[in-house]
Ligand binder design. Structure first.
Ligand code: APR
Length: 186
């Protein structure tokens, strides 16, 4: 499936299948843990691609709370910055968990805005090792990002980089529902 692209306000929102470490956006977002000292999945891939200087910098940050994010340089990555976002470990029926996931996306965009970042790429935070069911995570991620984009036109492009076709399909379905519900509202 090719990239799926919608425009909200002045921003292009794009869904692609790919590898977050290869994106040439101003910033890429890491699906980090609260230690910020690396891990597997996205975290491992970003640290491998960025090189050891990334860990040297994250070591100085004193960790990061769940639902929050912190920014570093990108080093050997194409992206100039890495925003390390800490999503929640999925716990069924805990009302705080969806808000923590939304907060990880919102804080990443706030930090990007403060840093003058105009193009940013997200992975599907918390949907791997942290076990967040993809349909719910996709809806939270896209609803949060679309709300920020509707409120301000700072960003040129927000991209979701999904690791395989099936995840792209789930995000696409969620985005179609969000766009349709908004068009009914306006
Ligand atoms: N590019 C894009 N997406 C990727 C990549 C990649 N290179 N590698 C994995 N993914 C996808 C996974 O398929 C999943 O959909 O990113 C999503 C998030 O998976 P994880 O990387 O496992 O992140 P998360 O679920 O947030 O768990 C975070 O895992 O790696 C550790 O240190 C990390 O403890 C933290 C935890």
């Amino acid at each position: 499936m090719n990239a799926i692209r919608v425009r909200i306000n002045q921003t292009s929102l794009e869904l692609i299948e790919g590898d977050i470490t290869r994106q040439d956006t101003d910033a890429i977002v890491n699906a980090a843990n609260s230690s910020l000292l690396g891990g597997g999945g996205v975290d491992g891939a970003i640290h491998r691609a960025a090189g050891p200087q990334l860990l040297e910098e994250t070591r100085t940050l004193g960790g990061c709370q769940t639902g929050d994010a912190k920014i570093t340089g990108g080093y050997n990555l194409k992206a100039r910055y890495v925003i390390h976002a800490v999503g929640p470990v999925y716990v069924p029926d805990d009302p705080h968990i969806p808000e923590m996931l939304a907060s990880a996306y919102r804080r990443s965009l706030e930090i990007a805005h403060q840093t003058g970042i105009r193009t940013i790429a997200f992975p599907a935070i918390s949907t791997g090792a942290y076990g967040y069911p993809l349909p719910e995570a996709a809806d939270i991620a896209l609803t949060t990002v679309c709300n920020v984009m509707a409120e301000n036109s700072h960003f040129e492009q927000v991209r979701f980089v999904l690791f395989d076709e099936s995840i792209l399909q789930i995000f696409n379905s969620a985005l179609q529902q969000i766009v349709q519900s908004r068009s009914h509202r306006t």
